[in-house]
Design a protein around this ligand. Structure first.
Ligand SMILES: Cc1ncc(COP(=O)(O)O)c(C=O)c1O
Length: 457
């Protein structure tokens, strides 16, 4: 496929400009071999780079542009809000209509989860920090202040604030920022492809993980444990899809010891896995859920942490100071974010984007499987419209490629020459397109990776 058209002319030539910013999650040392992909515009499932190439957005911005780029309905809602009230705060009993409407909408949408209250913030890391702090507050209000420990999973990603970094299970995020929170216990991830027992039997893996969970709870003492924290499908850690019964069995164990379940739905919320909620897809209801990304599809930053009746009631009736929410941000419930979220949720529901993610996701996952004949591809996996291609140095041992080898970046650069953006993340390629993707576009994404792998071979 030939895509090249004329470079987009801007007043400044950004292609040669020095960068006075750091890219997140990237070596701060300049890398002349890795040219910057500069995106200048977006429409629907496509973006256009500064060279004038129109590219299918296989990354959906950053797992977030779920309704596609530049939707007039969302822009109209934001500008209408901007014309009325561009900002007001929500501290100390002050509000604006948007926070009423959006919190009503979320509580209704998650009635099945017994959702009762919402705390707003600006991004996923905030939503997670809010969950961590309010989970501890719940236990103070409930009269068990000794419950301070969090259980979480290896390979999990919960944002970059100190609490979220501490409960996250990807070591690279820990190296430069210690010491982190002490009261965290990491459990093994529900990962069939790589696990300490080398089992690829879902039942056996689940049994072992559940045994490990219960052993750790008993070793620390249930009276010290606040909550279990996890992503319904682990995203940044490599799109790890747990075995079917895993979450339900975790919920049973947590219930036995009174431990809260917190679902990090930052990526999985609002349809990505083929269900409105990742946790709902596993047949469980979490006590606290963290949302960002898809809630506004990236149009304006906004995040929400949603609490069920158990947590909300305990905090609201907590003794003494324990019913005071000493947490929140200048931008908690930003009016522009609330307007964007309401317009995005209209689209998600009207166009049944969770249903589309399930249907088109099935095509995507099936087509990706065909790439497993390449020596470089250990496994492809995913659920709905989130997927990973796991790149290996040795197929038999499943040893990952050297993340510093640049192989993933080369595949991603080659895929772009075939008209598609896919994300190179260390030893994996990550795919998380808008949920408006068509089946033909899913095939185009896989075709571009196929062509890139052939070129590299
Ligand atoms: C599961 C999960 N939780 C939390 C976050 C943090 O979100 P943010 O980058 O908006 O702070 C992310 C970001 O990718 C995420 O994938």
């Amino acid at each position: 496929m030939s895509l090249t058209s004329a470079p987009i002319v801007t007043e400044r030539d950004y292609r040669t400009a020095e960068k006075h910013f750091w890219h997140p999650m990237t070596s701060a040392a300049p890398d002349p071999d890795r040219p910057t992909l500069i995106i200048v515009s977006g429409d629907g499932n496509y973006v256009t780079d500064i060279e004038g190439n129109r590219l299918l957005d296989g990354v959906g911005g950053l797992w977030n542009v779920n309704v596609g780029h530049n939707r007039p309905e969302v822009k109209a809602a934001i500008t209408a809000q901007m014309d009325t009230l561009s900002y007001y705060q929500t501290f100390d009993g002050v509000a604006h209509p948007g926070v009423y409407d959006l919190s009503d909408r979320l509580v209704a949408l998650f009635a099945q989860e017994d959702a009762k209250r919402v705390a707003f913030s600006s991004n996923g890391s905030d939503a997670i920090e809010t969950a961590i702090k309010l989970a501890r507050q719940y236990w103070i209000a409930a009269g068990e202040p000794g419950r301070i420990r969090f259980l979480s999973l290896r390979n999990s990603y919960h944002g970059v604030h100190v609490g979220g970094t501490s409960i996250g299970g990807i070591p690279a995020y820990h190296y430069n920022h210690g010491p982190l929170l002490d009261d965290v216990t990491l459990l093994d991830a529900p990962w069939l492809y790589r696990n300490p027992w080398d089992t690829s039997d879902p039942e056996e893996l689940t049994d072992r993980l559940i045994r490990q969970l219960e052993e750790r709870i008993l070793a620390h003492g249930p009276q010290t444990i606040a909550a279990f924290f996890a992503e319904p499908v682990l995203g940044a850690g490599g799109v790890i899809v747990p075995p079917d019964g895993y979450w339900r069995r975790v919920r049973d164990v947590l219930d036995r010891y009174g431990i809260l379940m917190i679902a990090d739905e930052v990526v999985t919320g609002f349809g990505r896995t083929g269900n409105m909620l990742g946790s709902r897809g596993w047949g469980v209801a979490a006590d606290i859920m963290a949302f960002a990304k898809g809630i506004t599809a990236g149009y304006i930053p906004l995040a929400a942490t949603v609490f069920n009746s158990r947590v909300a009631d305990a905090i609201e009736s907590g003794p003494g100071f324990s019913n005071v929410v000493m947490h929140g941000y200048t931008y908690s419930g930003h009016p522009l974010g609330a307007a964007a979220a309401l317009a995005v949720l209209d689209i998600v529901e009207a166009e049944d984007l969770p249903g589309n993610a399930a249907r088109v996701g099935a095509v995507l996952q099936q087509e990706l499987k065909a790439l497993e004949h390449y020596d470089l591809v250990g496994e492809t996996r995913g659920k709905g419209l989130m997927a990973a291609v796991d790149l290996v140095a040795d197929k038999a041992t499943r040893e990952p490629i050297d993340p510093g080898s640049g192989v993933a970046a080369r595949i991603s650069a080659e895929a772009r020459r075939h008209g598609v953006v896919v994300r190179a993340a260390g030893t994996k390629l990550i795919i998380s397109p808008p949920l408006t993707l068509t089946a033909d576009e899913a095939r185009t994404i896989v075709g571009s990776i196929d062509a890139a792998l052939t070129a590299l071979a």
